[in-house]
Design a binder for this molecule. Structure first.
Ligand SMILES: NC(=O)c1ccc[n+]([C@@H]2O[C@H](COP(=O)([O-])OP(=O)(O)OC[C@H]3O[C@@H](n4cnc5c(N)ncnc54)[C@H](OP(=O)(O)O)[C@@H]3O)[C@@H](O)[C@H]2O)c1
Length: 334
């Protein structure tokens, strides 16, 4: 595969696409029904074989099962062959709480350190400095090699960085895909300038951007039953985009998924971490790096994205108008 990127300024090299493991052990994603431990082990081994060395998990995924399964995978390899990122939940607000979260993660992963330890979500800004000081302590003890944040906005990220004295934040993990582009407003540029890695979660819009799903064929797992990416209207609205992606993919001998991931890695500091369930996913994902979308292709994609965005906006405006009319009728009646 062969493309690696530095995690912040840490010197740690990770593959330009990583593997998300929320699905590992998570029944809400269909674990044990539609895929098994054996599938995940095979996916892990294939990822390593193809040069993917970056795995993202969290204490909360599958109530710890994701870390346990990843830990079992690690048993058959040398620890330094992989870069493991995990996260603690924002309910951990004290030193004792964060230490106990880390001890739990290390135990489940069967390792003495994590390469990247991330705050899963920001709580109130007041807690950021204290949390960072605790993370810096864990770093000085060698239990975590680098620290990162997740779902932080720019203000929160700056506050986190200001609270550290000996190390810097290496990454911010945020939702980023063709249908969710908030980070393009300011976060991506900031991270690029400051040498902070942007770890892109839900890069495939949870599968909505793979071309597999439509109004008539929706995923059945619990996570996506309630997910706004999979309403009938949204799936219908993105079909023109899927068609354009299909054309580009077929011209290049690629899959839609590979085009969608390549669109993210056009940013030199971005690393998408698609969530995988089986070996086929890994085989596909590994093929997303050996090309670059050209200006013309990026322009075509951009135009389609603008069109579908305009349709969404006019639908929202229409909805707000209907609501206003309804409310004014109610007031009049009242
Ligand atoms: N920090 C946070 O708050 C946060 C939040 C969410 C996720 N994450 C992390 O980000 C990772 C990825 O995000 P995500 O799981 O939400 O969404 P995603 O990566 O956009 O979508 C994952 C789903 O896409 C489908 N898929 C994966 N590879 C595919 C391929 N090559 N071809 C076709 N379909 C494929 C799979 O489901 P099907 O095959 O069943 O369609 C998979 O479950 C997670 O695993 C987790 O590690 C972090």
């Amino acid at each position: 595969m062969g493309e690696y990127r530095e995690l912040g300024s840490s010197g740690i090299k990770v593959s330009a696409v990583g593997i998300g493991t929320w699905q590992w052990g998570s029944k809400i994603w269909g674990y044990s029904k539609t895929y098994s431990d054996q599938d995940l082990l095979e996916a892990f081994n294939k990822a390593l074989e193809l040069g993917i060395n970056f795995f993202d998990t969290a204490e909360i995924y599958g109530n710890g099962r994701s870390e346990e399964i990843l830990g079992r995978c690690l048993k058959s390899i040398k620890r330094d062959e992989v870069v493991i990122a995990t996260k603690f939940s924002p309910t951990r607000m004290t030193e004792r709480g964060i230490r106990s979260a880390l001890e739990g993660s290390l135990k489940r992963l069967g390792t003495s350190y994590v390469d990247l330890y991330q705050v899963h979500w920001p709580t109130s800004s007041t807690f950021i400095p204290m949390t960072m000081k605790i993370l810096e302590k864990l770093w000085s003890e060698g239990k975590v090699l680098t620290i990162g944040v997740s779902n932080f906005n720019l203000k929160q990220l700056e506050k986190a960085r200001e609270s550290l004295s000996r190390i810097d934040i290496v990454s911010n993990q945020v939702e980023y895909n063709m249908l969710k582009r908030d980070v393009e407003k300011d976060m991506l540029e900031y991270c690029l300038r400051e040498k902070i890695t942007l770890i892109a979660y839900s890069p495939l819009a949870q599968g909505a951007l793979t071309g597999k799903y439509s109004q008539l064929n929706k995923p059945r797992d619990l996570v996506r039953k309630v997910n706004p990416y999979f309403t009938s209207w949204k799936l219908k609205n993105i079909q023109p985009l899927i068609e354009v992606l299909r054309e580009i993919a077929s011209r290049r001998g690629k899959t839609i998924t590979q085009i969608v991931l390549n669109w993210i890695i056009r940013w030199p500091n971005a690393i998408p971490i698609p969530g995988v369930k089986k070996i086929e996913h890994v085989l596909d994902i590994a093929g997303s790096l050996d090309f670059r979308l050209d200006e013309e292709e990026l322009k075509i994609i951009e135009e389609k994205l603008r069109e579908i965005q305009m349709k969404s906006s006019s639908r929202i405006i229409h909805g707000v108008r209907l609501l206003k009319n309804f409310l004014s009728m109610k007031i009049y009646e009242g």
